[in-house]
Design a binder for this molecule. Structure first.
Ligand SMILES: C[S@@+](CC[C@H](N)C(=O)[O-])C[C@H]1O[C@@H](n2cnc3c(N)ncnc32)[C@H](O)[C@@H]1O
Length: 267
């Protein structure tokens, strides 16, 4: 299964459980790294596609001028509601619009935005080429598009543990079916000046419960039903015991950026 079912993201709890692991153990600050490439402070109108719970903006807005006009969208109304609930409290003075929308049919006029972010979502879209054309359509000439994806070997250790527990390799989380190379190729047919940036990091997890929570958030755990927690706990505790209480996970992440040509989207 390569595309997470929409119901997987109907509520924010699974995504939040996974973000907790990264927030606790990552050495490189992913959100700062993405923000450096997106440079939202240099622009006026920014669109985030598949914004999830808006956690990226929780981290990024404190360092961003409050005159930024930000539009957050997600296919899941539950995600948009969660993003709005938290950001309207923490950043009440920022100009933020919240809209449930599909990346392949955006309810915006052409050339409306200066920059568009699609972070870890393009591999969920059944027609990523169509979504990229939509992103190009709503960007102004020379506007910047940033798409992030997982590397093919991203979190391979955890993926192997999940395969051991559930007997299935991939249930739609941390999808690698649209890898950096495929994304780059797709973006080259829609954008100019396409450049890829790579981020490598290593997380050493020391709390078994953090791995249990992560694995419980996966579609494989949903499919495993009531016995999921028990199966996961047993496997995690055995693994941690064998490796002196540590579980090492290598992260391989990519950001591909492109520009809309001066003549508009390269369609
Ligand atoms: C892995 S989460 C990433 C969330 C956020 N961008 C982040 O990195 O924290 C993927 C998100 O993409 C959304 N999504 C999936 N298909 C979509 C589509 N066709 N259009 C817009 N959003 C979509 C999901 O609802 C989910 O919130």
């Amino acid at each position: 299964m390569s595309k997470a079912a929409p119901e997987h993201y109907a509520t924010p709890d699974r995504l939040m459980a996974r973000q907790t692991l990264h927030a606790k153990y990552a050495n490189v600050d992913w959100f700062s790294w993405v923000s450096e490439h997106l440079a939202p402070g240099d622009t006026e109108h920014v669109l985030d596609i598949g914004c999830g719970t808006g956690t990226f903006w929780q981290a990024t807005l404190p360092a961003t001028p409050s005159n930024l006009s930000l539009t957050l969208t997600d296919l899941s109304p539950g995600m948009v509601a969660q993003a709005q609930a938290s950001l309207s409290i923490t950043h009440p003075s920022h100009n933020i619009a919240y809209i449930a929308a599909d990346a392949t049919a955006l309810p915006f006029a052409a050339a409306r935005f200066d920059a568009v972010l699609a972070m870890h979502m393009m591999y969920h879209v059944p027609n990523p080429a169509g979504a990229l054309r939509e992103l190009a359509r709503v960007l102004r000439p020379a506007g910047r598009c940033c798409v992030t994806v997982n590397g093919t070997d991203n979190m391979a250790e955890l993926r192997a543990l999940a395969a051991h527990v559930f007997g299935t390799a991939n249930g739609g989380w941390g999808d690698t079916t649209l890898d950096a190379k495929a994304t780059e190729t797709l973006m080259c047919s829609t954008f100019s000046n396409v450049v890829r940036h790579d981020l490598y990091d290593v997380m050493v997890v020391t709390e078994a419960e953090d791995l249990v929570s992560y694995l419980l958030s996966t579609p494989q755990a949903d499919a495993a039903g009531a016995r999921a927690r028990q199966k996961i706990e047993r496997a995690v505790h055995d693994t941690m015991k064998r490796s002196d209480g540590e579980f090492t996970i290598a992260k391989r992440l990519h950001l591909i950026e492109g520009r809309v040509t001066d003549a508009g989207a390269a369609l």
